[in-house]
Write a protein that binds this ligand. Structure first.
Ligand code: COA
Length: 243
């Protein structure tokens, strides 16, 4: 299906590309902005991405892949991710478990010259982490990443019954085209700006720092647990000796 052409008639004097409105930002829950650290996942995360996807129950696998993918099919899908071309983002919980993953799959070069550069978005959030805006945040982050790489169109293939996914797309201003049990959502991306480039840089850096702090905090927690264990053993030994 061809991408939706830009709808605006006014042109940016610098880029000569149609001026697009900024993508709608994700509505803050309860009216309060809550920053969610989103990390870019490198190739070394393949195993953890597989573990995340395999933790999805059958119904979610169906929504994510369009069929109830087996563990083996999921493993093959992750093996096939080209980390040089594509981008994978993740959200970790406090125990540093990967609770949400998004895959931005860039079309294999060369892209058709008659069609704007395009990228496909796929996402999954573990059931226990849903309803916190992670899906919408990953979408927003993917939009920022794609526009900063001069991508003009973001595309989602979803089942028509996938209310949550289609809501995320519609909220961001995507055009949803339904074809029976399947739907396609197309979002025309605005050109990048200095602000969008800086925003991505700052967000990426902040997410990395946050992850390192959480990793150190976890190590300290393990260390304190070990110290407490040793102290408890000593106390027990001293008690036995005094009897
Ligand atoms: C789709 C999915 C990623 C959404 O994740 P999430 O973190 O729970 O979504 P959010 O909390 O960001 O919610 C996004 C919007 O969807 C709405 N929503 C969430 N779950 C919903 C549901 N079950 N039914 C209807 N709307 C729902 C939210 O209210 C929110 O809309 P709002 O901002 O207008 O209030 C998650 O349900 C999932 O992983 N599903 C299985 C895999 C899948 O379907 N992937 C998409 C195909 S590529």
């Amino acid at each position: 299906m061809p991408p939706v052409p830009a709808s605006s008639s006014s042109l940016d004097p610098l880029t000569e590309r149609p001026v697009q409105p900024e993508p709608a930002s994700v509505p803050a829950r309860g009216g309060v902005f809550r920053w969610v650290p989103i990390r870019s996942l490198a190739e070394r995360y393949r195993k953890r991405i597989t573990t995340h996807l395999i933790a999805l129950p059958p119904g979610d696998r169906y929504l994510r892949f369009g069929h109830t993918a087996s563990d083996e099919q999921i493993a093959n899908y992750v093996t096939g991710i080209d980390f040089d071309r594509d981008e994978v983002f993740g959200i970790f919980n406090r125990r540093l478990e990967l609770v949400a993953v998004a895959h931005l799959a860039y079309e294999r070069p060369p892209q058709l010259s008659s069609r704007p550069a395009m990228v496909e978005f796929g996402v999954s959030v573990l059931p226990q982490a849903r309803g916190r805006g992670y899906g919408a945040r990953l979408f927003e982050h993917a939009v920022m990443h794609a526009r900063n790489r001069s991508t003009e169109t973001l595309f989602i293939h979803a089942l028509s019954e996938n209310t949550a996914m289609l809501k995320i797309a519609r909220n961001a201003g995507a055009k949803v085209v339904r074809d029976g049990s399947e739907s396609e959502a197309w979002l025309t991306l605005p050109p990048d700006t200095l602000a969008s480039q800086v925003e991505e840089m700052v967000e990426t850096y902040a997410a990395e720092v946050n992850h390192r702090i959480m990793r150190h905090a976890m190590r300290l927690e393990h260390l304190f647990d070990a110290v407490n264990e040793v102290r408890a053993q000593f106390a027990k030994g001293a008690h036995v000796a005094s009897e």
